[in-house]
Design a protein around this ligand. Structure first.
Ligand code: MSP
Length: 530
């Protein structure tokens, strides 16, 4: 028997490893929410999932941030890293690995990788001159800068002129190999607009990039030359590999790459596309390792149309937002309201209106009013029907029958807002269906069979909607499932991947008379503006 064919299909997803120069903001939360949703979805589909997040703790940016707080870089990193972990807990993020670039096992991986690239002849020493943005931790071309040599991303930060001896990585050697790779793997960079951006950039010609710094203490010494410190991005990207080590295993590349490599999906913001779509594959080619399958660059959350960020200081505090409105609300808003890949502006009024309309009114009310009717008409259980007993012209059956597959396709292509919208359409159809079929009249007229068909199809549609939205709003989905007589916890990874199979629960028509109705309670409280 082929052992490997018995193994579950694996799926490894990463968020960027966040800089610890400041507390996490909603922009960092955005990528992590998206990663969590896709991880939850793949788990629902029955895959073995490894969801990776973490913090990037070396380099000048962190060294300076710590200095300004009169702390050592390590203790400052410990503090901020803990704040990321606390935020992920609050947001119900189910990560499997939290990779810190100051973790002990990381340095062994970095050394081994550096050695492979060195042995390949891809590292050499030369003079580096150029404008450096510490906030980006990146050299910039003169033409990319704003007037006065300000960074175009961190518009309040002036770049600094550097003229120093550095070690370089021979990126130029990989130009044609990268171009061939993008051709052969047309889906490697998504969305399409970002792929075009990368291809155009590479076509202009790739320059070697420096992978060491002098006058910087906070980082790994360059193996064999401790007078240089390794460039933070060289070390940070390798954090994805370190994260794959089983806890307690010896930190070697072979161990790290054994099960989950190549990574299926790197989710990143568009600001760090070049690192992931150009530098990273080239480094991996040099080390002769397989390349991850997909890099998806999403847009920016903006405030007054400027990127929200720690360096600009125009951020939105996610902790305050969750405390006020709850994790599901925050998760839902950013995922449903912003097309993944595009920029999106935050506006509190729109936030409240969207949640009230979609979750409190359309979804919550539909369940609540239908359950109340069922209780009033004397039902303690779901009417004892099956999908087959519902007539083929039933609008909800028609809308629900292949919805699961369509929504799955939307999740698969990371079209999260579309997945939510399609599901909400079923819910809206449910509200209209109730109004049109007036179960209160059917009850008065003693048309029990028709009444039961209406109650069944509405409750089943709410169930299906809850299931399909559960990666986004797990807590609301839990409440809905509970009121429909299930003992399901969408936050229980094991239960979701084993006991609530997608093949069954994503179908319309699985409720049965065995399901006891719970007490009707609002599943999503209306939000009030301050
Ligand atoms: N440390 C690097 C990543 C190394 S990965 C090996 C880094 N960190 S960061 O904290 O500055 O930003 C990480 C990511 O946070 C961005 O790529 C993006 O995914 C997210 N965002 C930060 N600000 C954002 C917005 N305003 N909007 C959306 N996402 C943003 O870069």
């Amino acid at each position: 028997m082929n052992f490997s064919s018995q193994r579950k299909e694996t799926f490894a997803v990463t968020t960027p490893l966040y800089y610890v120069n400041d507390l996490p903001h909603i922009g960092s939360a955005y990528t992590t929410i998206a990663a969590d949703i896709i991880a939850r979805f793949e788990r629902m589909r029955g895959k073995a999932v490894l969801s990776i997040t973490g913090t990037d703790e070396h380099g000048q940016k962190i060294e300076r941030a710590a200095q300004s707080k009169q702390k050592s870089p390590q203790s400052y990193s410990d503090e901020v890293s803990a704040a990321f972990i606390a935020l992920w807990e609050k947001l119900d993020i189910q990560y499997d690995r939290f990779s810190r670039t100051t973790a002990e096992n990381h340095s062994a991986i970095v050394k081994e990788f550096f050695q492979r690239v060195w042995d390949k002849g891809d590292i050499y020493k030369s003079q580096q001159q150029g404008w450096y943005c510490v906030a980006c931790e990146e050299f910039k071309e003169e033409r990319e800068l704003l007037e006065g040599h300000y960074c175009s991303i961190h518009t309040n930060k002036q770049t600094e002129w550097r003229d120093e001896e550095n070690y370089f990585f021979r990126l130029s050697y990989y130009q044609s190999k990268l171009e061939a790779f993008y051709q052969a793997q047309p889906n490697f960079i998504q969305p399409q607009s970002r792929r075009n951006e990368v291809i155009n950039f590479v076509a202009q010609g790739l320059q070697d990039f420096s992978i060491s710094r002098v006058n910087l203490d906070w980082g790994f010494p360059v193996p064999g030359d401790p007078s240089h410190t390794l460039y933070v991005w060289f070390d940070a990207l390798l954090g994805y590999i370190t994260a794959l080590l089983e806890p307690g295993s010896e930190p070697t590349l072979a161990n790290a790459l054994a099960k989950w490599w190549p990574i299926d999906l790197h989710l990143i913001g568009k600001d760090i596309l070049r690192f992931h779509a150009i530098y990273w594959p080239a480094m991996l080619m040099s080390a002769e390792l397989p390349i991850p399958k997909l890099v998806f660059g999403h847009g920016f959350l903006t405030k007054d149309n400027q990127k929200m960020g720690k360096s600009l200081g125009n951020t939105l505090d996610p902790v305050a937002l969750i405390d006020r409105y709850g994790a599901d609300a925050v998760r839902y808003y950013f995922i449903k309201e912003i097309e993944f890949g595009k920029d999106g502006d935050f506006n509190e009024t729109r936030f409240i209106d969207t949640l009230n309309a979609d979750l409190a009114n359309d979804l919550g009310n539909l369940l609540n009013r239908t359950l109340k009717m069922a209780v009033k008409y004397g039902y303690t259980n779901i009417p004892s029907l099956t999908s087959e007993a519902i007539t083929e012209d039933n609008a909800l059956k028609i809308a629900g029958v292949d919805l699961g597959e369509k929504v799955a396709q939307a999740y698969d292509s990371l079209s999260f807002s579309q997945a939510c919208e399609m599901t909400l359409n079923l819910v809206r159809t449910g509200n209209k269906f109730i109004d049109d079929s007036a179960p209160w009249t059917l009850y008065k007229q003693g048309k029990q069979q028709e009444l039961e068909q209406v109650l069944y199809s509405v409750l089943e549609s709410v169930r299906l909607a809850a299931y399909l939205l559960s990666p986004v709003i797990p807590n609301t989905a839990n409440k809905i499932y509970e009121q429909l007589g299930f003992a399901t916890n969408f936050n229980n990874k094991h239960q979701i991947s084993i006991e609530v199979p997608f093949a069954t629960h994503a179908k319309w028509g699985i409720l049965s008379g065995g399901n006891k109705l719970g007490e009707p309670q609002p599943v999503f409280q209306r939000l009030e503006s301050r």
